[in-house]
Structures are given as structure tokens and as C-alpha cells.
Design a protein around this ligand. Structure first.
Ligand code: NAD
Ligand code: UDP
Length: 314
């Protein structure tokens, strides 16, 4: 297949590009490098199966030739990134998604949307199945991301229903692993960066809020399974093992051998108190099941951060 990956220089996107190329597909990565890093994909630069187009999805997408698949990941994803650029985030989720959908329709390519567990907001049903419509504060600070993704789901559904587009919606739960920037602001990369630099681990609130952490290798296999299927979704992708934020901090301290302490900071507004995916659909319809335990995944991620620090020092 020839596949367009928007946001392909980011954390998830770069792992997805690796996996697609390992499966002998040809990849065009389109990224504005706003939160992505060129170094995430520099090892692919010599591959005849890979090319990078530095551009924004806010402009119409026009790339010559046949495409079989389009995987739309381009969007700020970390709360600190989307709160820094709220209007850009809304525009990327809305206008940007429309531009990418138009491209997929023009190429008769299957379109996969990277939506998010954030569409469930502060969930009143636990764990979250896809049938749940969510509980998002439309005027809260996180709405610039949550509502952009909800709109992107609506747009994707409309293109499928009214324009005959072949689409699939994935709702991705918290994913972590190598290549998430140390300054990205999300929980695992922040805690590991703090632990390795002997700084206190900044737990927000009392740390009893929960998240379910999926290792990136597992996640990108789920995206590929969705591309290979004809499922419309939405389908949740995530690892259902649920941990409190304090438990995540303690695990990072143990696996990094750090003696940093835990420091409590105010809880950001509308920070969801719990989150755990029901992945019955992903298991039944995609044959997907996460394989990497949280201990193993965090240990691998710590190892990557240590190497990055060594690289910077040399
Ligand atoms: P990331 O910030 O590492 O990657 C996002 C990529 O999109 C970056 O390379 C960035 O430069 C690019 N980008 C942003 N806006 C763009 C624009 N207007 N035009 C072109 N490129 C643009 O984040 P990530 O964690 O890899 O997330 C990738 C996707 O997966 C996002 O859509 C995110 O919402 C979704 N997602 C991620 C998670 C997670 O836990 N990692 C969870 C749920 C959903
Ligand atoms: N969090 C934290 N300290 C940090 C970063 C995040 O306690 O330095 C908490 C955050 O308040 C949330 C959870 O960890 O409850 C996951 O945050 P993240 O930003 O990774 O993703 P979210 O699920 O909120 O989008």
C-alpha cells in the first residue's frame, strides 16, 4: 500500500511509519513539525519507501499519485501543547481534518481518524465502551482539544454517510513510550524526565485520578489492524490496566532507580478523575490485544530516556 501519515514525525506517527515500512508499505509523512521532531524519522530518510512533506493540514493536501490509505494523526496531543495553541488546535481538528478527508476521498483511500478517549470527558460510565457518548465540558479549557476531536468524529461520519468515504474512527487512550519528548508534558515522559534528573515528580491533585497506559508498539499495531479492516468504528484502543497517577509515579521511581520525591501540585481544571477503555470491540473486530505490560513498557521507556540524555551529553 501507499499510505499518507499526517503527524508522522510525532510520537505515535513515527512509530507507525516504522511499522508500515516494516510491512513493506510506502509512506508519505506530512507534518508541520509543530510538536514533532525531525529526529524521530531521520533513520527513515535513506529509505526509498519513505518521504517527508513539511506542511500543515490547514492547507489543502495535494500530493501526486495513488494512495490506498490515509492515517490522520496531525494534532497537538499533550494538554500543555493544545493549551498553548488553542485556536490552532481547534482549526487543526476541524479544517485540518476536512482537508485530509477531501484528499482521502479524491484518492479513494481508506481514511483512519486518530480520535481520543478525551471524547468521553469526565466519564460517568466506567470502563468506557464506545456506545458511551461522554461528558465533556464544551466551555472548559480542555474543550479546544476534546471538542475538536468530537467534531472530527462527526465530520468523518458525515463523509462516510454522505460522500461514500471509506473511514474508520479510533479512540486512542493514553499511550507512552520512546520518542515522546521529555518536555512534552504528559505524565509518563514528565515523570521519567524528572526522575532521571533528580527533580521532584510533579503529581497533580492528590494523584488518585486514574489512567490506563498503553505501550506505543501495541498501539500502532492496532492502528495498522484498523487500516487493514473495513470497520467504521469508533473502536477504543488502549491497555485496560488502570493505575492511579501516584502508582505511575511510584513505578517510574522504582524502575528508574531514582530517589526523587513526589511533590503535589494543583489539579488542572476538568482533569478527568478516571479513565479505562473497554476494548471488547478491538478484540472482537480487529483481533487486537495489548501485549506489553506497564512494567516492561516503562522500563523500555526509561532506557530510551537514559540514552537520549547520554546523546545530548556527548
Ligand atoms: P505528537 O504531538 O507527538 O504528534 C502530533 C504530530 O502532529 C506532530 O508531529 C505535529 O508536528 C503534527 N501536527 C500537529 N498539528 C499539525 C498540523 N496542523 N499540520 C501538520 N502536522 C501537524 O502527539 P502524539 O501523541 O503522537 O499524537 C498523535 C495523534 O494521536 C494526535 O491526533 C492525538 O490527538 C492522538 N492521540 C494520542 C494519544 C496518546 O496518548 N499519545 C492519545 C489519544 C489520541
Ligand atoms: N499528570 C500529573 N503530573 C504531570 C503530568 C500529568 O500528575 O506532570 C496527571 C494529569 O493531571 C492527569 C494524568 O497525569 O491526571 C495524565 O495526564 P496527561 O497529560 O498525560 O494526559 P491526559 O490523560 O490528561 O490527557
Amino acid at each position: 500500500m501507499r499510505v499518507l501519515v499526517t503527524g508522522g514525525a510525532g510520537f505515535l506517527g513515527s512509530h507507525l511509519c516504522d511499522l508500515l515500512i516494516a510491512h513493506d508499505h510506502t509512506v508519505v509523512c506530512l507534518d508541520d513539525l509543530s510538536t514533532g521532531w525531525r529526529t524521530n524519522i531521520e533513520h527513515l530518510a535513506t529509505s526509498a519507501k519513505f518521504s517527508l512533506i513539511e506542511a500543515s493540514v490547514l492547507e489543502p493536501v495535494d500530493i501526486y499519485g495513488r494512495f490506498d490509505g490515509v492515517i490522520h494523526l496531525a494534532s497537538p496531543a499533550s494538554p500543555s501543547a493544545y493549551l498553548d495553541r488553542p485556536i490552532f488546535t481547534l482549526r487543526t481538528g476541524s479544517e485540518g481534518t476536512r482537508n485530509v478527508l477531501e484528499f482521502a476521498v479524491a484518492k479513494s483511500a481508506r481514511f483512519i481518524l486518530a480520535s481520543t478517549s478525551e471524547v468521553y470527558g469526565e466519564p460517568l460510565i466506567h470502563p468506557q465502551p464506545e456506545e458511551y457518548w461522554g461528558n465533556v465540558n464544551p466551555a472548559g479549557p480542555r474543550s479546544v482539544y476534546d471538542e475538536a476531536k468530537r467534531y472530527a468524529e462527526a465530520l468523518t461520519t458525515a463523509y462516510r454517510t454522505y460522500c461514500g468515504a471509506d473511514t474508520g474512527i479510533l479512540r486512542i487512550f493514553n499511550t507512552y513510550g520512546p520518542r515522546m519528548r521529555p518536555d512534552d508534558g504528559r505524565v509518563v515522559s514528565s515523570f521519567i524526565d524528572q526522575a532521571l534528573n533528580s527533580r521532584p515528580l510533579t503529581v497533580f491533585g492528590d494523584g488518585t485520578q486514574t489512567r490506563s497506559l498503553c505501550y506505543v508498539d501495541d498501539l500502532v499495531h492496532g492502528i495498522l489492524a484498523m487500516l487493514d479492516s473495513s470497520e467504521p468504528g469508533p473502536i477504543n484502543l488502549g491497555n485496560p490496566v488502570e493505575l492511579s497517577v501516584v502508582e505511575i509515579a511510584e513505578l517510574v521511581l522504582e524502575l528508574s532507580g531514582s530517589s526523587s520525591r513526589i511533590e503535589l501540585h494543583p489539579l488542572p481544571q476538568d482533569d478527568p478523575t478516571r479513565r479505562r477503555p473497554d476494548i471488547t470491540r478491538a478484540r472482537d473486530r480487529l483481533g487486537w490485544n495489548p501485549q506489553v505490560s506497564v512494567r516492561e513498557g516503562i522500563a523500555r521507556t526509561v532506557e530510551w530516556h537514559v540514552k537520549e540524555v547520554e546523546k545530548l551529553a556527548s
